[in-house]
Write a protein that binds this ligand. Sequence first.
Ligand SMILES: [Mn+2]
Length: 368
Amino acid sequence: MTQIKLGLGLYRHMLTDEYFEFARQAGCTHLIVHLADYYSKQIVTATDDTSNYGESRADEEIWTARSMIALQQQANRHGLIIYGIENFSPADWYDVLLDGPKREEQLAHLKEIIRNTGKAGIRSFGYNFSLAGVWGHQKERSGRGGAFGTCFDSEKLKLNAPIPKGEIWNMTYAKGDGTFLEPISSQELWDRLRRFLMELLPVAEEAGVELALHPDDPPMEGLRGMPRLVWQPELYQNVIDLSDSPANKLEFCMGSIQEMTHGNLYDAIRQYGGQGRISYVHFRNVKGKVPKYNEVFVDDGDIDMLKAMALLDQCGFDGVVIPDHTPEMCCGAPWHAGMAFALGYMRAALQMLDKGLGESILRDKTSL
Ligand SMILES: [Mn+2]
């Protein structure tokens, strides 16, 4: 039997009994939840490159042990386990990212959040150490049959549009003064990540929580005048090499890694899965690479997803796979239909592994 677990990612407004029932009905046993308080516009239009996702507000209550334990219990009542939380709220850690005056105070709060995550029996905490964040995506009817999917085309963007002060991760945390963030070097950003991990990893280890880094999405070397950290597959190794703590893990986004121009996804699964460093997986497919790609249905992209799942299993990966974004299907419930389609495919892939078909999938000459 494969130890890989099927999960669904839910945004904060989806943390309700109805969404939990939907996940369980689709065969999920685990959830990855977003608690950060943001109301995302999701997509930045081609011409509107200073628009942001909205406001980020600090919300103490959602991050308390009491609140997280209650959420875990609510999921448990539906036969689900909350496996991970994805993303800090920008309002809670902007000065950790920017090395600003509130860094110490915010680090103390992040440590408290990690301790509470452990108290709620949540194994993983996904984070994205980025200044520009996920930026420049558009949504077009580019999926099979005209489905709405997320696209990236660097030619349609002002790639170096500077980030206004008061904004991080496309979100406003404070009123700006009309000026912009000063560019920093790649080395400076790596140093900020290292200092963040040195502070947080001992706390995470003690709490029984893994800190799992998402690669850059889109995986560009620079964006909005700022460097990026993991924009090629080999750069993930630098993150691992920063600390051998068992809490130092990866939020392995197959889509983002496939979009990178170096290497290939299968070797990345062997390399990082083989080191036991994958905490959980964003199981999504894509056509194309940087500087132009489209996110597509799970069975319709450049990745042989059955091979990817078999490789994860062969590495002994025992964490959760979730669909991540998926094209929306034209119907009364576009998000649900897209997710149900992806989950059905993933469930079939896991059942094939249970039947011992992983080896033959990996031997199959037609696989990529
Ligand atoms: Mn992802």
